[in-house]
Design a protein around this ligand. Structure first.
Ligand code: SF4
Ligand code: SF4
Length: 323
């Protein structure tokens, strides 16, 4: 059996998912015994024209990170889909929309207006903004279109599997690659390399988590230094471990920071933020709706807390659009 042909591609993301592949360290050499990387533009000089030359289905697996915000990203992702037997949404942004998906809260004109004229660090008296076509002395140059909203990968192409995390940690990447290399494929739609249980189950502080938590208020991380030996949620920090898929080894908790939910929801949960909100509301020690709402008001930036990684894949999607 020949080596598995693998492609990596980067859409709207920070680049951390590409780093995550390198985080495998020396293990990447073991993986290369079974895998041929045939397309990885961020690391080697590949062009889209190289990809166009592959036969349909010739690439074994394409790992695509980042959401789709630009027409170029849509074009290359659709091309990778055509050329690949399997497509894996790699990392939170491809999986759920990720942090760049929070920009869906604003209209495209507002984003351009801020970044190209209103921001304090911008000097742009002529109001130049990117446009898809620009005439220069040498001819016409073209930029990809910036779409009205960012979409997670599975809203644009069919996705076979997901690898979670912002970015996916090396143990999760290695497990996912091993599954794919062995060819023992789980059902389509499976989240690879992670756990099917909540993060709390693997958290070293789980033993200190009371059976029933009741809080009068939520605190923010800059307001106090939490006791690193006690459940962070029990200390008032809105840790999302109870509603987040496990598998990361509780990395943030080990750094004394609450889980912000980058591994996304557990199976069967449609909307991560709605699930997180209902959980947080359920542990507030008040009886009336007004009291609960008042306590929740202490959560500054609720969308940023509840939908940090998942706004574009939520039921809200792009329903909140600010000028
Ligand atoms: S610190 Fe967070 S992840 Fe750990 S047990 Fe408490 S709630 Fe769960
Ligand atoms: S603790 Fe939560 S936010 Fe941190 S890496 Fe794990 S799943 Fe992601």
């Amino acid at each position: 059996m020949g080596k598995l042909k693998v492609a990596f591609y980067w859409n709207a993301s920070c680049g951390g998912c590409e780093e995550a592949v390198l985080d495998l360290g020396e293990d990447i050499l073991k993986i290369l015994e079974h895998v041929d990387i045939v397309f990885w533009p961020v690391a080697m000089d590949f062009k889209v024209s190289d990809l166009e030359k592959f036969a349909d289905g010739e690439i074994g697996v394409s790992f695509i990170n980042g959401g789709i915000r630009l027409s170029e990203q849509e074009y290359v992702s659709k091309l990778l889909r055509k050329k690949s037997k399997l497509v894996v949404a790699f990392g939170s942004c491809a999986h759920l929309g990720g942090i760049p998906g929070l920009a869906n809260l604003w209209k495209r004109e507002s984003i351009f207006g801020y970044y190209y004229s209103e921001s304090q660090t911008v000097v742009n008296p002529e109001g130049v903004a990117p446009s898809t076509k620009t005439r220069v002395p040498e001819g016409e140059i073209e930029l990809p279109e910036f779409y009205e909203v960012l979409r997670p990968l599975d809203q644009v192409v069919e996705v076979d599997y997901y690898v979670p995390g912002c970015p996916p940690p090396p143990n999760v990447v290695a497990k996912a690659l091993e599954t794919l290399v062995k060819g023992e494929l789980p059902p389509k739609g499976t989240v690879l390399g992670a756990s099917s249980r909540a993060l709390c189950e693997e958290c070293p502080l789980n033993e200190t988590k009371p059976e029933k938590i009741l809080l009068k208020e939520f605190k923010r991380v800059h307001e106090f230094v939490p006791d690193p030996k006690k459940c962070l949620l029990a200390q008032g920090l809105p840790c999302l471990g109870p509603v987040t898929r496990g598998g990361c080894g509780a990395q943030c908790i080990k750094a004394n920071m609450p889980c912000t939910g980058c591994f996304g929801p557990l199976d069967e949960v449609e909307d991560f933020g709605a699930r997180a909100l209902s959980f947080l509301a359920s542990i507030l020690d008040y009886d009336t709706e007004e009291e609960i709402l008042r306590a929740l008001e202490k959560l500054v930036d609720p969308v940023g807390l509840l939908y940090l990684y998942s706004l574009p894949s939520s039921l809200l999607k792009d329903k909140i659009r600010r000028e």
